[in-house]
Write a protein that binds this ligand. Structure first.
Ligand code: KE4
Length: 425
């Protein structure tokens, strides 16, 4: 079997940085990425036959763990009928009905193939609907890699020190206003300075791409009020939090009704997917009904829909959110108590099955405070955990994820490793 090292050497010849997505490159934590040959439940098996407890969960989709038998069967059954038709198919209708059922703010929904497509399309729709050009996003929030949104972006862009990507024309960037998250006065000032010009505000209602950051009490309600007051649209990017924080995402947990919502990850059951939806009067501006064009060869792909439907129905049947929160608290409390015993400054924000670890004594509430986390200590901690069989996100600016498969031996083993790793710092 070819080792990770051999595979990476070959990959480096043909794939930029040897990876098909920058955050996988381990550049901020040092060393070379491992290659995975199989995954099941909470575990990854690398090309070097190392078995790892996985807290990345393919960046969110694997809420039921990897290779879940029910999802696997759903894909196999769909595969019997073909892989892609390029026509409407029954799965798309069932997926739309499930999304609308779980997200009451979504009256109509359009499927696409990634979270990037979902947010890019939602922004275009907001601009077309309001006939305004400017948008507001928040520093550290990552909404995929479309030009209007790669401004002060989080995730891999922040990890690699390029929150503002090259290749985005200044004329595009100037239409994107970037504000600090959790700052109501900055919002007031932006709307006052740009009267009648702001099409929308797009936000990760719980941030998962600058580490994990939750909103101050009342902040999301403030976003809702100020966008309504100025006839701008509020877009919740729930690509990561949708079906993760709650069946109905953050908007269910916080009782906020956004105008548009972006989804992805979990709704594809591990296959490529994205979706955006919201008020029917807005969504009906999309082609073929309206003037805002959006399309995709593989949008609503039957295999991805079948996998996603199985994943959502498992959530509906199991309702695992209390169990996931218990697992998240167990991880959080283990790390906090080990750090306290060692006298290490640490923050471990956690909600349900999302968490992150910042090595700082400053409570993290936005991009600026997230940067106070010591990335060098994080890298040392990451490496020690990996050497002992626990895989955390390879960046201080990502969220970690648990799945229902982490319950039992996986979380027990992981807590032992995390606790021991803290003690080595
Ligand atoms: P994709 O285009 O990667 O499917 O989705 C973009 C996106 C949009 N919105 C949010 C809130 C997201 O978290 C993402 C993608 N998340 C990153 C992980 N932080 C994907 C991992 C990667 O870039 O390889």
């Amino acid at each position: 079997m070819t080792s990770s090292e051999q595979l990476f050497a070959r990959a480096l010849q043909l794939i930029p940085g040897g990876v098909n997505s920058p955050v996988r490159a381990f550049r901020s934590v040092g060393g070379a990425p491992f290659f995975v040959k199989s995954a099941r439940g909470a575990m990854l098996v690398t090309a070097d036959n190392q078995v790892l407890v996985d807290f990345v969960c393919t960046w969110g989709p694997a809420i039921h763990g990897h290779n879940h038998p029910v999802i696997k069967k759903a894909i196999a059954d769909a595969l019997e009928n073909g892989t892609s038709f390029g026509t409407p198919n029954p799965y798309e209708v069932e997926m739309a009905e499930l999304i609308v059922k779980f997200f009451p703010s979504i009256q109509k929904v359009r499927m696409c193939n990634s979270g990037t497509e979902a947010t890019m399309s939602a922004i275009r729709l907001a601009r077309g609907f309001t006939k305004r050009d400017k948008i507001i996003k928040f520093s550290g929030c990552y909404h995929g890699h479309s030009d209007s949104l790669l401004i002060k972006a989080g995730s891999g862009a922040l990890t690699h020190g390029s929150p503002d990507s090259a290749g985005v024309p200044a004329s595009f960037a100037q239409e994107t206003i970037v504000l600090p998250y959790n700052d109501c006065s900055a919002l007031d000032a932006a709307f006052t300075a740009n009267p009648g010009q702001i099409a929308c505000v797009i936000v990760e209602p719980y941030c998962g791409n600058v580490g994990f950051i939750m909103p101050d009490a009342g902040y999301l309600a403030y976003l809702s009020d100020i966008t309504a007051k100025h006839s701008s649209l509020l877009i919740f990017d729930e690509v990561m939090t949708g079906f993760r924080i709650a069946k109905g995402g953050v908007q269910e947990r916080e009782s906020i009704v956004p105008d548009l919502t972006c989804l992805g990850k979990i709704i594809g059951g591990g296959l490529p997917v994205g979706a955006f939806g919201g008020r029917a009067d807005i969504m009906d501006h999309l082609a073929p009904l309206g003037p805002v064009y959006q399309a995709g060869t593989l949008s609503g792909n039957p295999l991805a829909m079948a996998a996603g439907i199985a994943a959502l129905k498992l959530l509906e049947g199991e309702n695992p959110y209390a169990r996931l929160d218990t697992l998240g608290r167990q991880l959080r409390d283990t790390v906090l108590s080990a750090a306290k015993a060692k006298g290490i400054a640490i923050q471990v924000p956690q909600c349900g099955s999302m968490f992150s670890i910042f090595f700082t004594d400053t409570p993290v509430r936005d991009y600026a405070t997230a940067l106070k986390g010591d990335a060098k200590i994080f890298a040392k901690f990451f490496r020690n955990c990996l050497d002992h069989g626990v895989y955390l996100a390879p960046s201080a600016y990502e969220a970690g994820f648990l799945s229902t498969a982490h319950d039992g031996p996986a979380i027990t083993r992981a807590c032992e490793v995390l606790s021991a790793a803290i003690k080595t710092l």
